[in-house]
Design a protein around this ligand. Structure first.
Ligand SMILES: [Zn+2]
Length: 232
C-alpha cells in the first residue's frame, strides 16, 4: 500500500475509534521541529526566494503545521496530496495522481506522486531569461527522482544518512546539481543561507557585467555615422 493510501486508512481507523479532527490537529502541532528550521525558512523568504512545498504528505497536515509555525505565507505553492474533512468529521486523504484511473509513468516514484514531474512543471513555468536556480531539500526516497531533474547550477540538499542521501550518493554521475548534505536544522540553516548568498553574488556579478556591456556599447553606438540630411 502506498504511504498516502496508508495514511488515509489510518485516518479512517482514528475516526472509527472516536478521535476527532481537533485531536489530529493537536498532535500535528506537537510534531518536533529543530529550532533553526523556522528562522531558516523566514530568512530564505526575506531574501526573496520563491519557496514551494513538494510533499507526499497531504494538504491538511501541511497547512495545519505551517500555520501553527507562522510560516504559511512564506510559501507560494503547496504541491501535495489533497485532503479534506468530510461531513462526518473524518479526514479523507486523496492521491495527487489518481492511480486507479491514470499513471504518471515514473517507476522511481510511488504511484500517487512523481515529485520529478512536479519539478519539471516548475522548471517549465520559470521565466527563461531570468536564469533562476533551484535549491531542493529532501530526505525520503521520493526525493531522488526530482534530484535527477535538477540542472547544472542548481543545488540539492539531502539529509545525511536518509534514503534520498543514500540514493544520490550511489548515483552521483546522474545528478547534475551540486550536492550539499546536512544533518540537523542548524546545519540546514547555515548551508541554505550560504547557497542563497552565493546565488545572489553570482546574479549581481552577471547584472554588473550586463550593465558594463550596456555602458560600453553606448559610445560605439554614438560613433556610428549619422544619416546625412536629405537636401530639399
Ligand atoms: Zn518520479
Amino acid at each position: 500500500m502506498p504511504w498516502n493510501s496508508l495514511m488515509d486508512r489510518m485516518m479512517k481507523e482514528l475516526h472509527v475509534n472516536g478521535n476527532t479532527i481537533g485531536d489530529i490537529e493537536e498532535v500535528l502541532k506537537r510534531v518536533p521541529i529543530h529550532p533553526r528550521i523556522v528562522p531558516a525558512i523566514k530568512s530564505a523568504y526575506a531574501l526573496g526566494c520563491d519557496l514551494r512545498v513538494v510533499s507526499d504528505a497531504n494538504v491538511f497536515f501541511i497547512e495545519t503545521i505551517l500555520k501553527h509555525l507562522g510560516i504559511r505565507d512564506c510559501f507560494s505553492v503547496i504541491n501535495t496530496n489533497p485532503g479534506y474533512v468530510d461531513e462526518e468529521g473524518r479526514l479523507q486523504i486523496l492521491p495527487y495522481v489518481d492511480f486507479q484511473t491514470s499513471t504518471h509513468g515514473c517507476n522511481l516514484c510511488p504511484p500517487n506522486m512523481c515529485k520529478g514531474l512536479i519539478i519539471e512543471g516548475i522548471q517549465d513555468s520559470m521565466p527563461k531569461e531570468g536564469n533562476k536556480r533551484m535549491i531542493y531539500l529532501g530526505d525520503g526516497s521520493g526525493d531522488f527522482c526530482p534530484s535527477l531533474k535538477l540542472r547544472e547550477g542548481d543545488f540539492v540538499m539531502p539529509r545525511k544518512d536518509f534514503p534520498a542521501w543514500n540514493l544520490i550518493n550511489g548515483n552521483r554521475t546522474l545528478v547534475k546539481a551540486a550536492v550539499h548534505e546536512w544533518t540537523d536544522g542548524e546545519e540546514l540553516e547555515h548551508i541554505l543561507l550560504q547557497l542563497i548568498n552565493t546565488i545572489t553574488i553570482e546574479e549581481n556579478k552577471l547584472l554588473s557585467v550586463e550593465c558594463k556591456f550596456h555602458t560600453m556599447s553606448k559610445p560605439a553606438h554614438r560613433a556610428l555615422p549619422q544619416a546625412l540630411p536629405v537636401p530639399y
